[in-house]
Design a protein around this ligand. Structure first.
Ligand code: NAP
Length: 477
């Protein structure tokens, strides 16, 4: 398989820097090596921090309009080359072509949205209530932003951080996941071609995420951390950022409930559940992880869901006729199979609805019935194409079960109408709720979680503020 001319080296201070250490990137659909790329040491990562720090002085002084236009050009280049981006995502992540193209498009939109937001950073002016001074509130860029992204959305998680950081006037050091670094390198190249000055965006690929990140976070030139990944790693990193009281934006794990209420149109709920469960083959922090279905529609819902899942064509994502690609690695696939086996051990019944190719990290979707709330599948982030169904008889019970988790990223509610849906949505402890639809993500909306699903918000009007400090001037005018 011919691999695109993706960059393979570290991006430091506008130069592509070759390292002695190398890291292999694999295609999970075939197991083939796609590329060997730079494997940075902590010392090399600190050079990237230095380059970002050197660039910050002049970048933070550029006009908002200048920054906006570089971001707008990034959006335009990315849109013109969207299939190249989708192809890289398919190859290194394994996901289906439709998912990859959807992700690439969503990723490009963050450049467009934040090119608009760059010019709308508002301050505040008011008189103190006692009349003794005026209060002027300003927002200024924090400095060097360190960004760590996961493998499941290699383009969108990078642009969701880079775009607001650059719009705010910060410079960036991006560390993508070791499984999917090629897409992030491609995105950084787009921003370079759009005219970002040297050192504004730096990329460090490494097989040593722990020591490299610890060194970067301990460095006084690093001003903020923006992390997307598991709650486990997020907590480790919060321990490190606490030592320097470093601002930390955390987009962490999820355990999304999907509730189907009595009286819901089952066909519409299944259509929504397919998107909520199967976007990215189930490897999404937003994936519907546990389905709570009212007993009056549970049988019908399970059967229709099984039929819809069985109709998915499984195979390499790069073949555009396939609906479900490979998981990112055999290790991730086996983790999901272990969870299914544990659920069966608890007495649940898992049905594989189709056959997956035998070689490559493929997994046929499964519907799991007879699942009890509190059992392994309702407690764990499954991250694969497995749909556990729990039945309930009373809405209060469904709300209680939905909230009975340390996570709080997103929930889905399918109801008779939007009024009934919103009434239940207001009782759910999650940062986002999709009502009568299977997807909520939008660059113009605040993405983020409550409880152990995170701190802060990305996208929307809030996203840029993760990279801005607030400064207040007390003045006698
Ligand atoms: P992960 O293991 O936490 O890894 C995420 C990133 O952290 C990767 O770049 C990884 O590098 C790095 N990392 C791992 N250990 C580290 C350490 N000790 N110090 C610093 N960095 C470290 O998560 P994942 O398995 O890639 O992604 C899946 C998780 O991400 C799920 O829990 C999912 O819910 C969550 N997620 C959340 C959102 C959201 O917006 N809330 C979006 C997408 C995914 P290596 O690749 O080199 O290990």
């Amino acid at each position: 398989m011919a691999i695109l001319q993706a960059r393979r080296e570290l991006l430091i201070g506008g130069e592509w820097v070759r390292t002695t250490g190398r890291l292999e990137v694999h295609d999970p659909a075939t197991g083939e090596v796609l590329a060997d790329i730079a494997d940075a040491t902590a010392q090399e990562a600190l050079q990237a921090v230095g380059a970002a720090h050197d660039a910050f002085g002049s970048w933070s002084q550029t006009s908002a309009r200048q920054r906006a236009e570089i971001l707008r050009r990034s959006f335009e280049i990315m849109t013109a080359e969207i299939e190249d981006c989708a192809r890289l995502i398919c190859l290194e992540n394994g996901k289906a072509w439709g998912d990859a193209l959807g992700e690439a498009t969503y990723a490009a939109e963050f450049f467009r949205w934040f090119s608009e937001e760059a010019c709308r950073i508002a301050g505040d002016f008011r008189y103190a209530p006692n009349g003794d001074k005026t209060i002027i509130v300003d927002h200024r860029p924090m400095g060097v932003a360190y960004m760590i992204t996961p493998w499941n959305f290699p383009a969108a998680m990078a642009t969701r951080k880079l775009a607001p950081a650059l719009a705010a006037g910060c410079t960036a050091v991006l560390k993508p996941a070791a499984e999917t670094p090629l897409t992030a390198l491609w995105v950084a190249d787009v921003v370079q071609r759009a005219g970002a000055p040297a050192g504004v965006v730096n990329v460090v690929t490494t097989s040593q995420a722990g020591p490299v990140s610890e060194a970067v976070l301990a460095d006084p030139r690093t001003a903020t951390l923006s992390f997307t990944g598991s709650t486990y790693v997020g907590k480790l990193l919060l321990g490190q950022t606490a030592r320097r009281v470093l601002p930390s934006s955390m987009e962490l794990g999820g355990n999304a409930p999907l509730i189907v209420l009595e009286g819901t149109d089952v066909g519409r709920a299944v259509e929504g559940a397919m998107v909520a469960k199967m976007r990215n083959g189930g490897s999404a922090c937003t994936a519907a992880n546990r389905m709570y279905v009212h007993e009056s529609v549970a049988e019908n819902f399970s059967e229709q869901l099984q039929t819809a899942l069985a109709s998915l064509r499984i195979g390499p994502g790069i073949d555009r006729t396939n609906d479900l690609g490979a998981m990112v690695s055999l290790k991730e696939r086996d983790k999901v199979l272990d969870l299914v086996a544990a659920a069966e051990g608890e007495g649940a019944q898992a049905v594989a609805v189709s056959q997956a190719p035998v070689s490559g990290a493929f997994l046929a979707p499964r519907v799991v019935r007879g699942v009890e709330h509190g059992s392994v599948l309702t407690r764990s982030e499954i991250f694969g194409p497995v749909a556990p169904i729990v039945t309930f008889s009373d809405t209060d019970e469904a709300v209680r079960m939905a909230n009975d988790t340390e996570y709080g990223l997103i929930s889905y509610v399918f109801a008779r109408d939007n009024g009934q849906g919103i009434e239940v949505a207001r009782r759910l402890e999650s940062g986002m709720v999709a009502v009568n639809r299977g997807v909520a993500s939008d660059p113009a909306a605040p993405f983020g979680g409550m409880k152990e699903s995170g701190l802060g918000r990305e996208g929307g009007f809030a996203g840029i503020h993760e990279f801005l400090e607030t400064q207040y001037f007390a003045v006698d005018l």
